[in-house]
Design a protein around this ligand. Structure first.
Ligand code: FES
Length: 575
């Protein structure tokens, strides 16, 4: 064994002279690998969230092949392995409930197996944060290759965006402005290639923030899935991870407080999904970085929204790529970023993006012509959300950002679906729609139904937005004046549980407050009368989840997965 190999973790499995070494090599030989691969090559795991039940990641087997070519050509030994995958459109009650399960799977698969470095392949909403959390906790040299967004949807020569236009045209259909035939035709025209949703939804946001964190090669996040450059960057990432193993460049060196601040800054500048706040909070917890919600708001106040991408803006992710993508956003923001943060390239942010060129200033706007002068998402406090709530102002109606109205309360999602379109629902355009039991424990799994539908009778009157409040999340592709992630949630007796139809609620985004306008005595009286509902699960993963999930303001990770001692978990020796 050479000096170099004696430092490789995989040699604890393959470099042994004893019976176990024989067995480990012999079993790998059963896959047809020659003895030469065991002697001097770093073993690179390729952590693949491919699944045909995760349509956004269904092309990742091909991406893995490109990574393998890169690993081989740089002198590594690639071994692809699967983990649980999380398909946003299909999983019930929500993919969010399983994000932590996937993060544990990623972490333990890395830790348990003979690898020296890992390339992580992700795309769909929760697969990216789950892999970030798992890789951060395992802390083996890691690089991300995101799957890339789908090509634009085109319907009757008009661009249509994933999710965002679904919500828009669903309202048009309910209001009778488009036909059933139009609707069916659109279904065929929207998702026309491999890749994840191609608006600035959660997938595009989280992959962009993975690049902003310094965990991908420069320019990786926004390359469309169908573009050959997606495979080229996968190949180069395979080459790079071999170097990273030799440099011992680990997530703990990249995922610093400065990197977190860079990611939040970019999140605000691109009008990123509200879900990103939860995922970044969870990642901060894994890193042992204290990063309170208030810090998101501080950064938001000083960051202009410059990405003119749906749902905040007009264009789609394919346009974002052609315009120059995240490197341009970061170059334009350099004066507000930690430019000296180190990245997986081995270079700093400043070095990576200094020469980035913008090719379309209608897509990535100059700050002087920003979509809005302050960041896309704000954090609220007040007696209705003492531990915080969020509102994506870049996708809200300016006229509703200071608003007081009477609550129309729905006890849970079923109640909402039963009554929202009823002609008897007492509601008008000034009402505030409130949904309870949409949080991590109450729903369970905090599903993305926080953008409550506008009641059909108001849609017919031309109403397109109202103030809506819940402890649920909403899809990053959604829009509207929607207060989300109210913490603590109603299912554990948070103030949202106490709201009744007819109460007045004040939303004051300038003052960053959300208040229930009832007396303190009435507040206390209702609180003393409140009773919790029965738990959703009494066994299995559901029980583990209910007993350990943190509230939204702490990222909904499990209590026992946060780093508590300030140092990463040790990777044990093999034996
Ligand atoms: Fe996977 Fe939208 S469904 S990113």
């Amino acid at each position: 064994m050479s000096d170099h190999n004696s430092r490789l973790r995989s040699q604890d499995w393959f470099g042994r002279d004893d019976k176990l070494g024989f067995l480990h090599r012999s079993w790998m030989r059963s896959e047809g690998f020659p003895g030469s691969v065991f002697s001097d090559k770093p073993v690179i795991g390729i952590c693949n969230s491919w699944s045909e039940l995760t349509n956004c990641n269904a092309h990742l087997r091909q991406v893995a092949e490109a990574v393998k070519r890169g690993v081989w050509s740089a002198g590594g030994f690639p071994l692809e392995f699967p983990t649980i995958s999380l398909g946003e459109p299909f999983m019930r009650p929500s993919t969010m409930m399983f994000r932590n399960l996937m993060a544990m799977d990623v972490e333990e698969s890395i830790r348990a197996n003979p690898m020296d470095g890992v390339v992580l392949l992700c795309g769909c909403d929760k697969t990216t944060p789950a892999q970030l959390m798992g890789a951060a906790s395992a802390d083996l040299p890691s690089i991300f290759v995101t799957g890339g967004p789908m090509l634009k949807g085109i319907w009757r020569n008009k661009e249509i965006g994933s999710g965002t236009d679904v919500w828009h045209y669903w309202d048009e259909l309910r209001a009778g402005r488009i036909s059933q035939e139009d609707w069916c035709e659109m279904e065929c025209a929207m998702s026309r290639s491999a890749g994840h949703c191609m608006v600035m939804g959660t997938a595009s946001t989280m992959t962009s923030l993975t690049e902003a964190l310094g965990m991908t090669l420069t320019g990786c996040a926004n390359i469309p899935a169908a573009d050959s450059r997606r495979y080229e960057i996968a190949h180069r990432s395979g080459e790079r991870i071999v170097e990273m193993v030799r440099e011992d460049l680990r997530p703990s060196a990249v995922l610093t407080r400065e990197a977190m601040e860079n990611a939040v800054r970019v999140d605000m500048a691109i009008g990123g999904s509200t879900n990103a706040i939860i995922h970044l909070q969870a990642l901060a917890g894994r890193l042992g970085i204290d990063f309170p919600l208030e810090r998101f708001d501080e950064i938001s106040r000083e960051t202009a929204v410059v990405a003119n991408i749906q749902p905040s803006g007009k264009h789609l992710m394919e346009d974002m790529f052609y315009a120059g993508g995240i490197p341009v956003v970061m170059r334009d923001l350099l004066d507000q970023l930690h430019g000296d943060a180190i990245t997986v390239t081995g270079h700093t942010v400043q070095q990576n993006v200094a020469d980035a060129k913008c090719h379309n200033r209608e897509v990535i706007l100059p700050r002087a012509r920003a979509l809005q002068p302050e960041g896309g998402t704000i954090v609220l406090n007040g007696n209705l959300c003492p531990r915080g709530a969020v509102l994506k102002t870049s996708a809200a109606s300016p006229g509703l950002l200071q608003h007081t109205g009477e609550a129309v309360v729905f006890e849970d999602h079923e109640d909402l679906m039963r009554r929202i379109d009823s002609p008897d629902l007492e509601v008008d355009a000034t009402s505030v729609l409130v949904l309870k039991n949409g949080g991590p424990i109450g729903a369970p799994g905090m599903p993305e139904y926080g953008n409550l539908p506008i009641p059909a009778k108001l849609l017919k009157q031309g109403v397109r937005d109202m103030v809506r409040i819940s402890d649920a999340r909403m899809s990053g592709t959604s829009y509207g004046t929607v207060v989300l992630h109210v913490a603590p949630e109603s299912a554990i007796g948070g103030p949202l549980a106490l709201v009744r139809t007819g109460d007045r609620i004040r939303l004051d985004t300038q003052g960053r407050r959300l208040d229930l306008l009832i007396s303190e005595e009435e507040f206390e009286r209702r609180h003393s009368e409140w009773q919790p509902s029965a738990a959703h699960y009494d066994r299995g993963y559901g029980k583990l989840y209910l007993e350990n999930v943190l509230q939204a303001n702490e990222g909904c990770d499990f209590t026992f997965l946060k780093r508590t001692n300030g140092v990463p978990s040790k990777l044990p020796l093999a034996f």
